[in-house]
Write a protein that binds this ligand. Sequence first.
Ligand code: HSE
Length: 311
Amino acid sequence: MKVSVKVPATSANIGPGFDCLGLALPIYNTITIEETVLPGTGIEINMMSEEEAIDEMAFDTIPKDENNIVYKAVELLYNSIGQEPSELKINIQSQIPITRGLGSSASVVVGGLLAANRLLGSPADEAALLAIATEVEGHPDNVAPAILGGFVLSNKEEDGTVSYCKLNWPEEWDITVCIPDFELATSIARSVLPEQVPMQDAIFNATHLAMLVQAVNTKDEKLMKLALKDRIHQPYREKLVPGMKEIIDAFKHEEGVLGCVLSGAGPSLLIISHKYDVDTISSKVREIWEGQNIKVDIRTLSVEEQGAIVF
Ligand code: HSE
């Protein structure tokens, strides 16, 4: 038996929503799990990319054995019903750029879990799948929109369950994703964060996250422009993303550009605009990054409302 799952890319944080806000984007990975019939063949993991050669190099650094995160997620699911996975062939067809802050790891974790769940006769419900995927990823902000689609606010509760609510992203707000040609591992981007933040910064983020939710619910562009700020992860990560500060500053006073934020742990940037020429966004970003010899792939996308699909 063979099951495939198509999973969207995601962008997490969206300014003040560190580790709790994320949205799905129409770029996809397809994860297929096949039960092999021959006993003793173990676990086989293959990855294929439709992206450029640079991702081929990134692929080589990804474990293809029991240390692979897809395998870990699948193993947790099997263990939750008292079984051990064996004789599985896992194929990952990837369109989501790796280590760019677009949820590629969350997508394969979600894809692996949902496929294995179907193979096992669907013992886990949505809540269990969200909890396992969050346990593997450490935080729910990418896995929640990868499973559910749309724009999602989520929280990992003390007992490991994940609570969430979906928000309606205003269709008229454009999202321009700027993907530079260098990698930034999430582990490195998290290692520069402090264990504690100043009280004033915590208050700043809590206030701005509340403003963001209100802005989205009421389609209030002015409020969104005020809200799209962060003090608990972006300032620390700026040094890892050359050009980031210049790009954010370049749009600060542009009416129609509601904000420029780090996508997930970076290095991609997300620029949110309303009735603003997206070609102008593109050329400004290119000018800054290409001036620093950084190639960039720029795509204006809408939120993918459909989450992972099992087929
Ligand atoms: N919220 C996470 C972070 C997303 O910014 O580190 C990346 O996994």
